[in-house]
Design a protein around this ligand. Structure first.
Ligand code: FAD
Length: 315
């Protein structure tokens, strides 16, 4: 028996979420009295995973897996799970992870729980805590199947060093014909994505128009942050839809979320309340966002943001 975690990588480097799922998998393996096995696909060097508890790394390299394809990746993860006799499979909550989990669960006839925020409170029955109702409540869910698939909510368990002497073995995966007719047309690099960002700078309709996003981009660049926006902003075409956060957009679980000219409607807050520290800049002291904020600045974004950039640059 083992716990298998999929340590996702981009251009050969592990994402922070990969280190989080390895840390999580290590703890679950300890609870079950077994080992954690980390699976990597086309990662150049897996030894970093030993630092977070992976005693064993199974490394799959194959040109057919250069582009993410949920069906193919899930087939590889399933094959490795069977080869490693894994009863628990752990993936992260990125878009890819959310695609993979149900397919792996079907392949393994496993119970699948997403949005999981902690290691099992009990392994018999196997009980995990998950966020529910747009992250406003928690529920304890029992997985009663022999195999279990867990999707760990980003930034919930955290990355924990746990240095072990690990070893890596290569695995020749069977490549299935996916039948999916998709083609990668562009890969955007160099920009921090909302999913990976420690800091997100987000702006709303208070910015009046797309021509005013220069200061948002600049603040994000100074902080090494990702940019995001409210729904109306993407609906109006001021910003790409990929930046829209909230109930109907992307969820954000950053350490710092800066909201500029966003009123704080419930549908927006639903997507960002997993963020740790929220800073709000708004001219209206009655804006609902202030109730959810850790720090609030009542002021005009066109005055506050340039001053903030100036101070941060001098820092
Ligand atoms: P507004 O509500 O217009 O607020 C603009 C804010 O900017 C105001 O608070 C104002 O005081 C402030 N402001 C104005 N000028 C300045 C200035 N110079 N400096 C600083 N502040 C200023 N919304 C989402 O964001 N995400 C979702 O996923 C989402 N899903 C939805 C799903 C449904 C089914 C529905 C019905 C709605 C959804 N919405 C969503 C829309 C949501 O209800 C709000 O309408 C939206 O979030 C408001 O966007 P906003 O705060 O940018 O704009």
């Amino acid at each position: 028996m083992s716990v298998l975690v999929f340590a996702d990588s981009s251009e050969g480097k592990f994402k922070k979420t990969a280190l989080e799922v390895v840390s999580y998998g290590k703890k679950v393996a300890e609870q079950l009295g077994t080992n954690v096995v980390a699976l990597t696909i086309n990662a150049s060097d897996s030894s970093e995973l030993y630092t977070y508890g992976a005693e064993k790394v199974v490394s799959v390299s194959n040109d057919a897996l250069q582009t993410f394809n949920a069906k193919q990746y899930a087939a590889v993860i399933t094959e490795v799970a069977k080869a490693q006799n894994a009863t628990v499979v752990v993936v992260d909550s990125s878009t890819d992870g959310l695609y993979l989990a149900p397919i792996i669960a079907v392949n393994l006839e496993a119970g699948c729980v997403s949005n999981v925020v902690d290691v099992p409170s009990s392994t018999s029955p196997f009980t995990v805590k998950r966020k529910t109702f747009s992250n406003k409540a928690f529920s304890n869910t029992v997985i009663s199947t022999e195999h279990k698939v867990i999707v760990v909510a980003k930034n919930s368990y955290g990355v924990h060093e746990n240095v072990v002497t690990g070893s890596t073995e290569t695995f020749e995966a069977t490549i299935v014909e996916s039948g999916v007719k998709s083609e990668k047309i562009e890969r955007v690099t160099g920009k921090v994505t909302i999913a990976d960002a420690e800091i997100v700078v987000s702006a709303g309709r208070g910015l009046k128009g797309p021509e005013n996003w220069g200061m948002v981009e600049e603040l994000a660049s100074v902080l090494g942050a990702a940019t995001a926006c409210s729904k109306p902003v993407s609906d109006l075409g001021w910003r790409p839809h990929a930046e829209h956060v909230g109930q109907t957009g992307k969820p954000v679980a950053s350490n710092l979320y800066i909201a500029i000219g966003i009123s704080g409607a419930i549908q927006h807050l639903a997507g960002i309340n997993a963020s740790k520290v929220k800073v709000v800049i708004n001219t209206d002291p009655e804006a609902p966002f202030f109730k959810a904020a850790d720090y609030g600045i009542v002021g005009d974004a066109f005055e506050v943001v340039p001053k903030l950039i100036e101070k941060l640059k001098a820092f």
